[in-house]
Design a protein around this ligand. Structure first.
Ligand code: FES
Ligand code: FES
Length: 157
């Protein structure tokens, strides 16, 4: 079937199988391998992308369900050539990843929160991020990065 949607700011039209998940479409057809696949059961958050600004698990959403919608992956986050989004920069500054497998999903989930509320408390950040699991870094550097990014984004308003 044919689907049209906005992907990282550009309109795309693709021919896909009805049974393909959004993660399969993005990785296999669009070559956006920042979308990670791990549990395939909406448990770990590795495959998180934004659909109309909200975080979703691309492993359990079917590709055709984003018809007419706006999809953002980690590849679409950097603002312009050579300039990272403040959340990406904060993850680098705070050593908030080791293997990096969870990182795209973490950053996109955090973006959804900070777009809505850049003054989120630690409790709100922790609750919002609870669907994203990290197996190696530990959560404190991730929390610190989100706090730092929130402060930068507040300063830009
Ligand atoms: S791979 Fe989608 S939630 Fe784990
Ligand atoms: S950095 Fe390895 S799973 Fe999070």
């Amino acid at each position: 079937m044919k689907i049209c949607f906005e992907l990282n700011g550009k309109q795309v039209t693709l021919e896909i199988e009805q049974r393909e998940t959004l993660a399969e479409v993005l990785r296999g057809r669009c070559r956006l391998t920042g979308v990670k696949i791990s549990c395939e059961a909406q448990v770990c958050g590795s495959c998180t992308v934004l659909v109309n600004g909200l975080p979703v698990s691309a492993c359990t959403l079917l590709g055709y369900e984003v018809r007419g919608k706006r999809v953002t992956t980690i590849e679409g986050l950097a603002r312009e050539a050579g300039r990272l989004h403040p959340i990406q920069q904060a993850f680098l500054d705070n050593f908030s990843f080791q293997c990096g497998f969870c990182t795209p999903g973490m950053i996109l989930t955090a973006k959804a929160l900070l777009d809505e509320n850049s003054a989120a408390t630690d409790e709100e950040i922790i609750a919002h991020m609870s669907g994203n699991l990290c197996r190696c870094t530990g959560y404190l550097p991730i929390l610190k990065a989100i706090r730092q990014a929130a402060a930068v984004l507040r300063g830009q308003k």
